[in-house]
Design a protein around this ligand. Structure first.
Ligand code: NAD
Length: 410
């Protein structure tokens, strides 16, 4: 299958590393943008495909089977509109991949789904954490226990690091919010997945209510605000976003009526070695736990040797330390689920169906993220069984996304 990339930044590079581990996928082309020359050179050097650089989305769409949309959140719609126009004009494209989050709010998310469906494209919503091997393996391992003792009743999911790499992520009007939009979507999706009884549909559990709380705990402080302005050009004195979010989503099992809960925690103010994904869950008589800062490999770099480390991220995504005892994950693309989400997409699109997580699935995650912003903004529990609340979420744009986060966070 010939894959084309739009976007040649952080995630496009990570996906290339993942695709090196997937048979049958070829990175055939990229659209010319910042970073495309370097990424194309990397792809060619690893034998991942021709990685030809095209001047327009239309040209790319005519040369590949599937397009991966790896662009910032604020230009998703414009890019997808161009893909849909290319298909309308005759490009023989099969499917499209979109990275999380689907949109910045429900209206954007619905527009994206409509564009793909009108163009008759197969869809894959890339939520890698649902594909993480540790998460998949615990479900396989515990399945007989779950069937005997009953399904999981509580999950807790967290993604935390010290803050994103590009200025646009920090700007809530372009990104759509702060850490709840950026990483809450991961934790909410994986929490629901891990809670779902074995053999049931991904959307089997029915959302009942959401409580959430957000804060600006580090990057709103004067010295950190100044650093952000200097390094990223974003002024959290004027347009702040949350650097911490936590919440609880309550679900109901429609067959048994049982109430189960998924708690999430996400932060951009995490003061440990680098990115940490932490998930745990339990049911009657059993439990699991995943912590990506625990690796079979650790290295030690003393003060005298620290200057020799040029690239801090060589050990771990978003690494913040380059000395001392460091955990090293030597295959992050696989650990975080990128390889298996590509495998799933390849298999599904080849068979003419949507990937396991379609854009409609992404829409369901989007709704829960929006409900979490609303819960935090109003300071009350959001009832997801109330038709009026669901209607309100369809047009809701969080204060933070509007650039009015100061009213909520300070
Ligand atoms: N699943 C994950 O863990 C994960 C991790 C990081 C990013 N992401 C998602 O991937 C997306 C991209 O993030 P990133 O970190 O790679 O960002 P980035 O800023 O590193 O890269 C963005 C790329 O898009 C290009 N671009 C910008 N505007 C464009 C346009 N209008 N048309 C075509 N190309 C354009 C840029 O030149 C750049 O090459 C985001 O939506 C983000 O949420 C997901």
């Amino acid at each position: 299958m010939k894959l084309g990339f739009i976007g040649a930044g952080f995630i496009a590079r990570f996906q290339s590393v993942a695709i090196e581990q997937v048979r049958g996928l070829e990175i055939a082309g990229l659209v010319r943008r910042r970073g495309s020359e370097a990424l194309a050179a990397f792809c060619r050097s690893r034998g991942l495909g021709e990685a030809k650089i095209y001047e327009s989305i239309d040209d790319l769409a005519r040369a590949v089977d599937v397009i991966g949309i790896f662009v910032p959140n604020y230009c998703r719609i414009e890019v997808t509109e161009q893909i849909a126009a290319a298909v309308k004009a005759g490009a023989p494209l099969k499917g499209v991949i979109l990275e999380k989050p689907l949109g910045r709010n429900m209206q954007e998310a619905r527009r994206l789904v409509a564009l793909a469906r009108e163009a008759k494209l197969l869809t894959a919503y890339f939520e890698n954490q649902v594909f993480m091997r540790p998460i998949r393996t615990q479900r396989e391992q515990l399945e007989p226990v779950m069937r005997t003792m009953g399904p999981p009743t509580l999950t807790r999911s967290a993604e935390e690091h010290a803050g994103p790499h590009e200025p646009w992520f920090w700007d809530p009007t372009r990104q759509g919010g702060g850490v709840l939009m950026d990483m809450g979507c991961h934790s909410i999706a994986v929490g629901r997945y891990a809670l779902t009884p074995p053999g049931k549909d991904l959307l089997f559990l029915q959302p009942q209510s959401v409580t959430a709380d957000i804060g600006l705990l580090k990057w709103g402080q004067p010295q950190w605000r100044e650093k952000l302005l200097k390094d990223r050009g974003v002024d959290y004195g004027k347009t702040p976003a949350e650097d911490f979010a936590t919440g609880m989503i309550t679900y109901r099992n429609p067959e048994t009526g049982q109430i189960v809960k998924a708690q999430f925690t996400d932060s951009w103010m995490f003061e440990k070695q680098g990115l940490r994904l932490f998930m745990d869950g339990m049911g009657p008589g059993y439990a699991f736990e995943v912590n990506t800062l625990v690796s079979p490999l650790s290295v030690f770099i003393g003060d005298a040797a620290a200057e020799a480390i040029a690239n801090q991220e060589s050990a771990l995504e978003k690494a913040t330390a380059s000395r001392g005892l460091l955990a090293v994950q030597y295959n992050e693309a696989d650990l975080y689920g990128y390889t298996d989400e590509n495998r799933d997409m390849l298999e599904a699109f080849s068979a003419g169906r949507d990937a396991m997580l379609s854009w409609e699935y992404g829409l369901e995650v989007q709704r829960l993220v929006m409900a979490s912003y609303l819960a935090a903004e109003r300071g009350r529990t959001i009832d997801l069984t109330d038709a009026k609340v669901l209607a309100e979420l369809e047009t809701y744009v969080p204060l933070i996304q509007q650039g009015r986060g100061g009213e909520q966070l300070y």
